[in-house]
Write a protein of this length. Structure first.
Length: 288
């Protein structure tokens, strides 16, 4: 079973956080696990090379994913119903990358799961076929780099200071004031909020909370013995109650309640949880 994350070509770092390679296989006799997927600071292009999954959002309606699908920034949990075998390659974009590449406001993609052929150039089908024929992860990464490099050389929107500010929020767990962030972007507070939402699909406050929550989630799963108060402080929360509020607002669960649901996740059932989450605390692997 595989779940690893790898660094892209250095020329893509402004646009791609990482490549994620996944291969899960479950007992076909037993029901496949359901994963409660929380908000994360990412927009993801999925290539399902072996089956896919169905997504159920807050409306309760299930949506079957296309073989190549794009999922925009999430602000709430979703339930993912997996198949008995999943093999996928994922491109995890930086928060403002899709806006820069295509000029599409992030707000149009927030909480959306769309057929990627509606967004990306037609060569994306050829990339899918290259992934299918690849014999190694390294080969897949080479193909992904070759596909993306021409796209980022011909972006629709030039880089703005907000792109650096979104990275700063990720590094500081969303604990910088709105006035400070606006000043870093050389904008008024009102302009900053509007342009940030346009480029990322969410307002700066929500984006900061999602980052803070994600770090807490990674840390607790990587080190289960760590108590919740220490997790809260390490991730920039004022105290444990501040952590609880973020968890409840973003998932509907208390920290302990959400952790209990994690025991049912595919990673947990396959014994990969601590390994996966420890890897997410350190820089991505580089195969090249």
């Amino acid at each position: 079973m595989i779940l690893n994350e790898f660094a892209p070509d250095p020329a893509l770092h402004d646009f791609v956080q990482c490549y994620r390679v996944l291969h899960f296989k479950f007992d076909p006799i037993r029901p496949a696990p359901v994963k409660i997927y929380p908000p994360k600071p990412e927009n993801v292009l999925h290539f399902f090379l072996k089956d896919g999954f169905e997504i159920e959002g807050v409306t309760g309606k299930r949506q079957k994913t296309a073989p190549i699908c794009f999922i925009g920034q999430r602000t709430h949990i979703s339930h993912q119903f997996t198949a008995h075998e999943i093999r996928s390659f994922q491109i995890v974009f930086q928060p403002t990358a899709i806006y820069r590449i295509f000029g599409i406001p992030g707000s149009e993609l927030t909480n959306k799961c769309i057929d990627a052929k509606e967004l990306f150039p037609k060569q994306i089908q050829f990339l899918y076929e290259q992934f299918e024929a690849s014999v190694s992860t390294k080969e897949m990464i080479v193909h992904a780099n070759r596909f993306l490099l021409p796209l980022v050389r011909n972006v629709k929107k030039e880089k703005h200071l907000i792109d650096d500010v979104s990275s700063l929020i990720m590094k500081t767990n969303g604990n910088l004031s709105l006035d400070f962030l606006a000043k870093e972007a050389c904008l008024s507070t009102k302009q900053f909020k509007r342009k940030f939402n346009e480029r990322t699909g969410v307002n700066p406050k929500i984006f900061g909370r999602i980052n803070r929550f994600t770090k807490a989630l990674n840390l607790k799963n990587a080190y289960p013995e760590m108590n919740w108060l220490r997790v809260a402080i390490e991730c920039g929360h004022f105290d444990y109650q501040h952590l609880v509020k973020d968890y409840k607002d973003l998932t509907g669960y208390t920290p302990t309640g959400f952790l209990l649901n994690e025991t049912k996740s595919p990673e947990k059932q396959l014994g990969l949880t601590e390994e996966v989450y420890k890897a997410r605390i350190v820089p991505y692997k580089d195969l090249l």
